[in-house]
Design a protein around this ligand. Sequence first.
Ligand SMILES: [Zn+2]
Length: 253
Amino acid sequence: MLVKTEGIVIRTRDYGESHKVVVLFTRERGKLPVLARGAKKPRSRLGAVTQLFTHGQYLCFLGSGMGTLSQGELISSHHALRSDLFLTATAAYLVELLDRLTEDMEPLPVLYRLLSSTLDQLEEGIDPDILSRIFELRVLEAAGYRPVLDKCALCGSKDRPVRFSVRQGGFLCTDCLHRDERTIPLSENAARILRLLQRMTPDRIGKVRVKGETKDQLEQVLRAFIDEYTGIAFKSRPFLDQLRKGWSPSSDR
Ligand SMILES: [Zn+2]
């Protein structure tokens, strides 16, 4: 069966001397691995449309085993995401998170729109930290891990809880703090922004300005949460961490 689908390349690997296996995240079918025959040959028509982060229209033949890519048409090459090392590392981390928390052939149109919009905004120069936090919150939510941010995760009290418990899955109020000895403190501002990001889409960030210190807190909390609940051993994250250490003085990103 020949199907046309809009998708974004989230993973590729070489297959033999001249072929590639390309994992598309598609609007209609979710994650779809396809074989791109000859894609590594210099003059292949499939070369440009099978590069990591490319957004395109794809014509695939789907049979009993792995599908085959027959044609592709560029919508956006996302060239900037491959030419800037920091953007490459950020986008690689985001697609890895998405890849690891989704199954093949599971239609997830909300996550498709999220991915497409996040990569576009990254390329436009919108704050990669804030985009990453929104992306993490959305993907976690779709996978069934939604941190409780608007009330105490244990008793439901709305009395300004500002310490985050990874183990209990969200903020804790003063009465419940003793239930976890390893809570992470967050400034009121960081807590407010985290709640805001949980409801926000990437295209609406606009000019949200967040201090480096606040960003660091948000990252720390979500990282601990992701590590606790997903247990993913990220391949992309060590490289991203290394780049950030080398390039940016901690608090003023
Ligand atoms: Zn409580």
